[in-house]
Design a protein around this ligand. Structure first.
Ligand code: ADP
Ligand code: AMP
Length: 238
């Protein structure tokens, strides 16, 4: 018969369990403009993790004029959060894809305690959990300057800043050559609302993850490469 010996079965079971346990999920939190997207690209590259930005997923849906995009559009334009059920479903779909089997770096999700609870439940289904939650800490007055000078890449969400991190050629992404544009929700009035929304709805996650011993705070006012080094040190210590 082709039935494998019990010894063989035990070994393969142990191996697949070990495989699953390698999946590592990290959550970057911080106010809009803190540098989450910038750092996520660097850290994900370094550790071979998939970068999942809920904002990028919504913008992709907007561009492709999907039902989800139409639903999210108004909330995004006003700088409000898209409702939890919609956001959670979108991220669950993304995390379920096979490229996340080794884990992912989440950027912009979760943004409410309800989303954080949902994340814990979905990762448990994949025999995984949140490994570490780095908070990129930047005071509110710096954020307006960061976002008003931000230029984002159409193709893959790479970000630049006209003063702090200029592209080599104005208007062109250094990494993939696509067009750079200024996000509509980066205008001052919308940014102010996004910061208020962060303080009211997302900042409670600091306490949420602190009480679960997952939070580590890095100073996001330092230059980009120093913030990256601090994040890497935190990840390697965890
Ligand atoms: P977030 O994803 O948290 O909204 P981004 O990574 O898009 O933030 O960064 C916001 C803006 O600030 C971008 O224009 C980026 O180039 C710039 N930026 C990011 N990190 C730093 C830093 N450490 N110092 C100065 N500017 C930064
Ligand atoms: P971001 O690219 O992270 O700045 O997100 C841009 C916009 O997308 C936000 O202002 C929200 O309208 C929406 N968004 C992104 N992530 C979430 C989330 N986790 N929950 C609700 N809305 C979100």
């Amino acid at each position: 018969s082709s039935k494998p010996s019990s010894k063989f079965t035990a070994t393969t079971k142990a191996l697949s369990k070990a495989d699953k346990e390698m999946a590592k999920f990290y959550v970057l939190i911080g106010p809009p403009g803190a540098g989450k997207g910038t750092q996520a690209k660097i850290i994900a590259d370094k550790y071979g993790l998939v970068h999942i930005s809920s904002g990028d997923l919504f913008r992709e849906n907007l561009k492709n004029e999907t039902e989800l995009g139409k639903l999210a559009q108004g909330f995004m334009a006003r700088g409000e959060l898209v409702p939890d059920d919609v956001t959670i479903g979108m991220v669950r779909d993304r995390i379920s894809r096979p490229d996340c089997k080794n884990g992912a770096l989440l950027d912009g999700f979760p943004r409410t305690p309800a989303q954080a609870d949902a994340l814990a439940v979905m990762l448990k289904e994949f025999d995984s959990k949140v490994e570490l939650v780095p908070l990129i800490d930047v005071p509110a007055q710096v954020l307006i300057d960061r976002l008003s000078g931000r230029w984002s890449c159409r193709a893959q969400g790479h970000v630049f800043h006209e003063k702090f991190n200029p592209p080599q050629v104005a208007g062109i992404c250094d990494i993939d050559g696509s067009e750079l544009y200024q996000r509509e929700d980066d205008q001052r009035s919308t940014v102010e609302n996004r910061i208020k929304v962060y303080t009211q709805q997302t900042a409670p996650l600091i306490e949420y993850y602190q009480s679960r011993n997952l939070l580590v705070t890095v100073d996001g006012t330092k230059p980009i490469d120093e913030v990256s080094a601090d994040l890497q040190a935190a990840i390697e210590k965890a």
